[in-house]
Design a protein around this ligand. Sequence first.
Ligand code: ADP
Length: 584
Amino acid sequence: MAHDLSSPDAAPQRPGASSVERWPGSSAARALSAAVRFITAPVRHLVDLWRRSIQARVVIGTLTLSAVLAILAGEVLLRQVTDRILDSKVDASLAEAAGGAEYAQSQLDSAEIGNFFDVGPELRNLIDSLARGDEARDQYDLVIIGPLSPSTGTDGSGGRLVSGAVTPSRSIPAALMQQVRAEPGSWWAYSTLYFNDRDRPAEPGLVVGSQLRVPTTGQIYALFHVFPLTEQQETLFVVRSALITTGVVLVVLLGTIAWLVTRQVVTPVRLARRIAERLAAGRLEERMHVRGKDDIARLGVSFNQMASSLQRQIRQLEELSRVQRRFVADVSHELRTPLTTVRMAADVLHDSREDFDPVTARSAELLQGELDRFEGLLTDLLEISRFDAGAAVLDLGDVDIRDVARRVDDWAAPLAAQRGTRVSVSVPDEPCYAEADVRRVERIVRNLVVNAITYGEGRDVEVTVATGSNAVALTVRDYGVGLKSGEEVLVFNRFWRADPARARTRGGTGLGLSIAIEDTALHGGRLDACGRPGRGSLFRLTLPRRAGDRLEESPLPLEMVEPAAPVAVGGPYARFPGSRGGMQ
Ligand code: ADP
């Protein structure tokens, strides 16, 4: 099973457990979640845009606010225009109806109506002459309701004379009819007009009613002037369309203006962001283009000053670091020659220590030990200098990492025995080949194993090797002092030691892991660590099987699996130095 290198703490998966097994019926759930994603994706996109872009926020805000304002203003305007148009229509219609009613009453007053049967023809003449009227007057229909013949009944509800196509029974509101019958004078109401012609749709209208009285018979009639409001409706429709069009154009214009104005501010900010990103990526010569003297230009000038200052400081630091590296390399080289001479002299003293008195003999031994340490430090420093100078090259060959693990195990046996540590090596049956520099890989593994023994507090150390399709991996697990949070990164820094005082007595220089990580990087591999204080640590080396291939996953997990049984502490093994554990 492969392990993602980008997430070292990824949860372990049960071998062979597929997602289908773990989630029965999950295909329906997947389809549902896909549908939800499809619906919510545009919303999320908008929210994302809103969060990320100041320009989008300003434009959307302006559009929303101006749309609300345009709707409110349009509503108020439309209401005022409607009131105006209808008021003037009502005034004109009432005047027209009053004139008509007056004329009708005067006609009735002067007519020679002897009895009930003369009323019908007289009213017919009246309605005809009123309907004809003059050309200039508004179009309206006339309706007279009242007793026109004995068959219409005493209340006259059945008798009606109509000029035009309006249907009185549906068009004249019942309340208005009652009012006109009950009281003399003029009354009016808005209504919906219906017509005999089925193809003609209902129209909004205004109905004005007045009482007519036949003086000779005393009969009461209701005269209705029915004014259609079609023209007013059309006018209002035109006004409404004009308002909507103006509103939409206004909102779009305001949105465009907001977009243009914010662009003026946002574009330089975006440019600054892009340049800052390039600076962060190491292109220190990048600068903002400054034009004019406004605030944005001043921002650009300050930004450029900041970039120049950063560039200067980084150059200085680089120079300092270069000088330091050079110094270390030169000093290490210079020390090499006198060290060889001192070493020869120390060897002579060490070999003849038996002839010295005990104090001098001990001094000769101490001198030998310190010289070993000094020589080790110089070798490490020279190696680091080679990496810094870019002089380190790989001597590639096919390396079976299992052999490396076994060789290092043998090599570390005396140290393990001395510390009472049992080292176990676990390797697969199949070969674990990688195209690598065997000397460097062995140096990495030696360092990891020596560290595990050194900081393992005499407890077991486990070396595991595995291979995947593209990578091979080796882990070294110990159950010693472990690493505190954050130390899994710090351990690879040069000269870093968790406990310098203690490390000095153990002989650590703090350079071993920094050389190991440089060696790993030369191979295009990865060296990772994890640990817990007092619970041990785990170091994992992953190398690509073919040199130069990109590493994506490691065949071994970077996780601290706790041992099933308590881990043995050195004691007993110290008595049997030859019996190191070997689980192969
Ligand atoms: P050193 O020569 O000091 O061991 P390294 O570079 O190998 O130098 O290690 C740097 C430091 O990392 C060590 O001093 C130690 O504090 C810490 N370290 C390395 N390996 C382990 C380990 N297996 N367990 C705990 N700490 C470790």
